[in-house]
Structures are given as C-alpha cells and as structure tokens.
Design a protein around this ligand. Sequence first.
Ligand SMILES: Cc1cc2nc3c(=O)[nH]c(=O)nc-3n(C[C@H](O)[C@H](O)[C@H](O)COP(=O)(O)O)c2cc1C
Length: 495
Amino acid sequence: MTRLYLATDTSARAVGANRLAEAWANRPGLELVRTSSRGAFFLEPLVERDSPGGRMAWSNVGPDDLPQILAGSGGTPIDRIPFLAQQTRITFANFGVTQPLSLDEYVAHGGFQGMKRAQALSPDAIIGELKTSRLRGRGGAAFPVWTKWQVARETQADRKYVVANADEGDAGTYCDRMLMEGEPFRLIEGMLICARAIGATQGYIYCRQEYPSAARTVRAAVQKAERSGLLILDDKPFHLEVFVGAGSYVCGEETALLESLEGRRGVVRAKPPYPAVSGLYGRPTIVSNVLTFATVPSILARGGDWHASMGTERSKGTIALQIGGRVQHPGLAEVPFGLTLADVLERFGGGMAPGAKLKAVQVGGPLGSLFPSSRLDITICYDAFAEAGAILGHGGIVVFDDETDMVELARHFMAFAADESCGKCTPCRIGTVRGQEILEKVQAGRGRDEDLALLADLGETMKTASLCALGGRAPYPVLTAIEHFPHEFRQGVRG
Ligand SMILES: Cc1cc2nc3c(=O)[nH]c(=O)nc-3n(C[C@H](O)[C@H](O)[C@H](O)COP(=O)(O)O)c2cc1C
C-alpha cells in the first residue's frame, strides 16, 4: 500500500486538490491521506509521500501525474523547498503533516502538552508564564496578552468568557482560516488554557461567515474534544460554541463582535470599560485573535523564556506573514520578528510575478499604510511599524505592481471603510463618505488644489476623534498613497 498526503484546506481545493482526490479514489494499493496545508500556495496541489529520508513532495500536480509519483521519480525532499526550509515553524509546525481532525495525531505531535502543564500550575503562574513570554496579541492592536488575562482574572464576576476572534476580515489575510481548517485542536487548547487562567466557564469562536469550511472543521473538533472529555476545567464542564457572523468587517472589532454575539447589530461600544472588565453580557471576557490563542499551547509547553528568546526587543516570537498580490510565491511564512520587508518579499515572495514591477506594498489589511519600493527596508516588528506611522496588523502583505492606479486604490479603500463603518461615531460615518466623494472628484479630473489639503485635514480628524480603528486608520492608505505617489493625485486636480 502506497500512502500519499494531499492538503485538504480551502486554498488547496481552490486549485484542484479535490479533483486529484476524486481521480485517484479507490485505486487499489493507494491510500490518500488528507492533511492540513503547508501554506505554500504556489506549489498546490502539493502531493507528498514518505521516503526513508523523510517526506518527498510533488508540486502543481495534475491527475495524470500519479504514475510518476508512484514510481517515486521527480519529487523534491520537502525540507529542501526553500520557501518552507527558511521558516521557523512553531504554530504551523504540524501543517502538511497531520490530519486536521485527528486528535490522536495532534496529541502525538505535542498537542495538549501545554494544557497538561497549565493544569499543574496555578492561574497566577499561567499568567506569569505569559508575562515572561512577552506575547502580544496577533489580531492587530499588539496588546500584551498577560495584562488582559490578569485584569479578567482579578475582576470578580459570576461568569467569565473566552472569545476567539475568527472574523479575519483584512484583505490578504488567511492565517486564522488555515489554523482553524488545519489544526483546530490547537485553538481549542489555547482557549482552554486561557479559560483556566481567568476562571472562565464558557467560550465562543466567532467565525466569519465567509469561512464555512473553517466553521465546520472547528465545530467537528469541538465535538470531538467534548466527547473525549477534554472540555473539563477543574472538574467543571467548559462550554465551547462556534458562532458564525453575518459578513461585516467591523464585527472583527472586539466590542462590535460582542454586540453581534449578543444578537444585536455589530456596532462599536465606547471603551473603557474594556472587555476584560465588562465584555460579553457585561462579564469579564477575553477576546483574542485565533493566532494569539494558538500560540499559547507552545508557550506553556516550552516555557515563556523560550518564546521570549525569539524575535526583536519588543516583538517576541514568530509572526505568520501572509504574502499575496503580484509576487511569484504567495503563501504563509512563519518567521521570527526582525526580518525586513524586502527580505520577506525576496526570500519568501520569490520576487515579482513574471513581467510585473513593484510599485507599492500594503501591510496590515485595508487600513494599512502603503509603502513604496524605497521603504522596504523597514523591520517587521511592532515598533518599527508604529514609528513609521504604519501597522503590522494581522500580518497581511499585499504587493501591487506598476499597473496599479493609486487614486483608484485610495478611493477603493475609502469606499470600503464607508461601506463597513458601523455608523456610531461621526468622524467615521461622515468622514469616510466625504473622503470617498473628494477622491471621486479627483479621479474624475474635477479636483481643486484645496481638496488634497482637505483630505489631509479630514484624515487628522478621523485619526484623533473616531471611536475605533476603523475610522482612526481609514485615512492611512489614502494619505500614504498621496505622500508617495503625489503626481497621480495632482493629475486629477485643476488648480
Ligand atoms: C475595524 C476592525 C476590525 C478588526 N478585525 C479583527 C479581526 O478580524 N480579527 C482580530 O483578531 N482582530 C480584529 N480587530 C482587533 C480587535 O478589536 C481586537 O484588538 C483583537 O481581537 C484582540 O485580540 P488580540 O489581543 O489577540 O490581538 C479589528 C479591529 C478593528 C478596529
């Protein structure tokens, strides 16, 4: 019997993985194992096979390639593929190796070691380990994780909640989806550790509706964990549920998410109080990103010092960069903080797609700043991005080529923010619409000199007076586009 491994997640299926599975089904002597994806999308469909020296891989496979794979010819050792070999895979270490819903395989690859250690520690000691690790939230705001946990632990309440933010609305990001489809037990384990530390009895995974496969996989994993008796904390049941959102970008903002979870329209709440004090149904709630929770099991298993030994001075551990747009090698690369943007694009992105010339790079989703090619020396860490007036956000990197119309791109992002604004605060509700109108005037060649100054003024108001980062960050793509590509905007101004 020959065993072949084939990635099963949405991105692998999008390029024909299921076609292979169907074509090769019921072949005598062939066992097809569906694994999680390694995130090297440019190589999918990627088929692997065991060999005495480790896994061999065949990339961009079609149904007719089976005889070659069975003959063992033409494959590459998986650990010699540069895109994968140059990464430091911790949270994504088992991707491509294990089957997403096999609890046995998760455990065999170190799963639930973190939880085991957490169960032997006091809640304060768990939080102490997080403090030593210096883990910061991966959802965008990069807040120290231990501080939130400590506040939620110290706040007295009859009930406390843990909520995984799986809304992942930033264009060009997909690491939460990959994690949920590829190793859902890791998310569950991280949430359980958090629940034990703060004394929570209930948890929710708030998954965006555009991720049906992720929601299905996590639901199945929760059921498995429950049946296996894993959802028990200090002899009491821990109730964990998957909740599917209704398709709103602002529902990724933690307080709008909580409103939505409570059954209301996703509208931002004023802060303070922060959710760690008064969150879901007014109770202490930890809302954290999927990847933040998924990082926690390794920290508990290997120690906070181990985690703090990776990365830069104030950005510790690894970051899952999601590279997309006009590069040769789109995909997910997990690396320690500290590389430059240029390094990442060259080493992992593989340079520009054939015939394309780099014009701009946007990091951090639709609210992220645009960098021209002269600014790619920036270090990938929270501080360098903050100093540059930019955000790392959720680690999405989108590369634009020289065919990109920057006025249209700026208009597109402002229109997106206007569409997605929850409408609660005036700077965002009105500012995004006015911003869009001015950009449309410029685009139509009817702009006036004062319009660009007006956009800058409007941007300042939105940055300082918006209730949340949707309004507060919406001006950044526009203002950085004007800063770095002024001539394109000047063309639309009549004086
Ligand atoms: C408009 C908007 C959208 C957001 N979308 C997400 C999201 O999709 N996923 C996420 O984890 N955080 C998102 N955030 C950040 C959350 O408000 C919050 O900071 C995060 O869930 C906290 O988790 P962390 O501490 O693990 O980073 C968003 C924030 C804003 C303002």
